[in-house]
Design a protein around this ligand. Sequence first.
Ligand code: PEP
Ligand code: MN
Length: 376
Amino acid sequence: MAAPFQPVPLSAFQIFAGRPFIISGPCGVESEEQIFAIAKELKKLRVHLLRGGIWKPRTRPDSFQGIGSVGLTLLKNAGKAFDIPVTVEVANPKHVEEALKAGIDFLWIGARTTVNPFLVQEIANSLRGVDIPVMVKNPVNPDLDLWIGALERLNRIGVKKLIAIHRGFSISDNSRYRNSPNWQIPIELKRRFPDLPLICDPSHISGTSKLVPTIAQYAMDLNYDGLMIETHTDPEHALSDREQQLTPKELKILLENLVIRNPSVDDLFLKNLLVELRSRIDEVDERILSLMSERMAIARDIGQYKRVHNMTILQVERWDEILRTRLQSGEIKELDREFIIQLYAIIHDESIRQQTYDESKSEKKYKSEYSKLKTS
Ligand code: PEP
Ligand code: MN
């Protein structure tokens, strides 16, 4: 058994200058002029790390694929000119080799690479004996173990300075975001590895520049260590991710308005108040769980009655009615519409599972119970 993954906190990285750690720069390096202009503005905003994609993983082959290796020198020179360390996305050992040769300071692994353990392992192998910080974006699919696995592969090779970047997940039914944040996944990562530096990429979660400040603030309120935000001096004409890039001026406003709160406070009254409110939350959760248990027991009964009468488990009209009425009721109770949709999707899935798998009561028993009910 290899030693368990023990992350190094961001405060131990030479570059760290206190929360929030800010990484910014264009989606892609496009030209010398572009990257120098952006670096110049970002330096004024005291951005800690300049990002710029050189090799861009694009969904369609006709999209801008990045300017390739020549961009490495441009990025590095822009970083040197304005005294900002630089970072680039690598997706294979060849990229790693070139990036190291160019003196790139941090590497990042993109969401489309994190999904592939073969590639991650190859990248890890190419980093043996190299002391460079590596940032790992979450995989495109909401799989926490795959994300942790990528971090572990790098760690086992000897990469010590690791950072997790939360950039959201591709989920088809979520309309508000380009990539659904599924906050519970990074929160669970933080619970399992409290020291692991965690950074949010609100640009790829949002997909639109308007949403970026809200997501950035939300991440800081969840005590993330920092943010990776795409900026471009002329977003409208950017060769990739046009809608989501901020101008340096917009980034300035975002950073000025960002409220950095403390994870804990010394105020005794507040501490006691929180204890009191949390105990009320505990009670409410207990009630929710009892109600869920009751709901599932009823679902199992329904399942058995359907089975003995040869009915399908799923009745679409009923599901439609549930969703419609719960949305109406949720609206009156001022609950978020998407929250209700997601909540009922999970509840309904579980009800179906319960209806399908319960073998605790025999068919015979249900048949006799049914006859009794019918005649009473
Ligand atoms: C990017 O940062 O430009 C990028 C391609 O990100 P992701 O891997 O999150 O899609
Ligand atoms: Mn991008």
